[in-house]
Design a protein around this ligand. Structure first.
Ligand SMILES: [Zn+2]
Ligand SMILES: [Zn+2]
Length: 327
């Protein structure tokens, strides 16, 4: 099979012909049609996340069809594979409904091979049926941008005025979910990025402006998607007393020190780590009802490095999605 392989961090992916992977017990072999590109992929490639499996096939927003293996799905079934690839099921986190924090979790496209390839293997318990309303390409970004966004939105509580810092793949989905729930969305984008601001307004934000300024009203919560530490005190400054700032990314540059008064007033600062299968089931049920529309920019699998480069430099509107010849 064709795959884009990471041999070492801080090096470009290399197109390679690999032996087809074989599914073990409880695993399915998938013919991959689409795999969306996530900022986490960049963190793995750029060496900001430690100790990946190497060599590695990255990618954790996989849409494919079951070819073989497992018992849960019929051959031909269309499934999605997310970041959470395996858990032990018996650590204190798993036993308390927090499998996202599992001590021994394995992650798709990080500590297990992922979807920048024509074939992939996944634990069938961690696959989701893909809602029929979404073509493969449009479904792919739901599997991490959507899922982590959904979990972040839940952790933002019942905030009416919601700020989104960074308006990319995840925020464009969250803005639609939040609007559906009757919240008001304020988008805070990179200063000077008029395109991102226009995109946010198109996708349901009532206001969009630069992240180094305060929004026109106090926020009840903010979600920080961009991996820039200075946005954390900026977001704390923008939220009202009792408000929450949720950091949605897996990696962020250092957070500068800030006066305690920004946290005072029972403001809450927290991160979101990974996902539970329940988050996935909830989002994939809700998305077609909204209905959430995903903006995608397709790239052939072989051009994965270009897709990553465009994400790194902020040139992707919505989500970049790699497509194979099976799409
Ligand atoms: Zn566990
Ligand atoms: Zn991701």
């Amino acid at each position: 099979m064709r795959a884009m392989v990471l041999d070492a961090q801080r090096e470009p992916l290399r197109p390679q012909e690999l032996e087809p992977p074989r599914p073990g017990p409880g695993e399915v072999l998938l013919e991959v049609s689409a795999c969306a590109v996530c900022r986490t992929d960049l963190h793995v490639v750029d060496g900001e996340l430690p100790d990946p499996k190497l060599p590695l096939v990255i990618g954790h927003q996989i849409v494919g069809r079951v070819l073989d293996g497992g018992e849960r799905f019929e051959p031909g079934a269309r499934v999605g594979v997310p970041w959470l690839g395996w858990t032990d099921g018996d650590c204190r986190y798993c036993r308390s409904g927090r499998e996202n924090l599992c001590d021994r979790a394995l992650f798709t496209g990080y500590t297990r091979d992922g979807g920048y390839a024509e074939l992939a293997v996944a634990d069938e318990r961690f696959c989701f049926p893909v809602p029929a309303d979404y073509p493969d390409l449009q479904a792919a970004p739901l599997l991490c941008a959507g899922l982590i966004g959904w979990r972040s939105l839940k952790l933002a509580g019942d905030a009416e005025r919601l700020g989104l810092y960074g308006f990319g793949a995840s925020a464009h989905i969250v803005a639609q979910l939040a609007g559906h729930q009757g919240r008001r969305v304020f988008a805070l984008v990179r200063p000077g990025d008029a395109e991102a601001a226009a995109f946010a307004l198109e996708r349901g934000a009532e206001w969009a402006g630069p992240s180094d300024e305060l929004p026109p009203e106090e926020l009840d919560a903010a979600i920080v998607f961009a991996p820039a530490g200075p946005l954390v005190p900026a977001a704390l400054r923008a939220v009202a007393k009792g408000g929450a700032v949720v950091c949605a990314g897996i990696h962020m540059s250092d957070i500068p020190s800030f006066p305690y008064e920004l946290l005072w007033g029972e403001r809450v600062l927290r991160s979101v780590a990974n996902l539970t299968r329940r988050d996935g089931e909830e989002l994939l049920t809700l998305a077609p009802r909204v209905p959430v529309e995903t903006d995608v920019q397709p790239f052939p699998l072989e051009r994965a490095n270009e897709a990553l480069g465009r994400l790194r430099s902020g040139q992707v509107r919505g989500a970049a999605v790699l497509v194979t010849r099976h799409a």
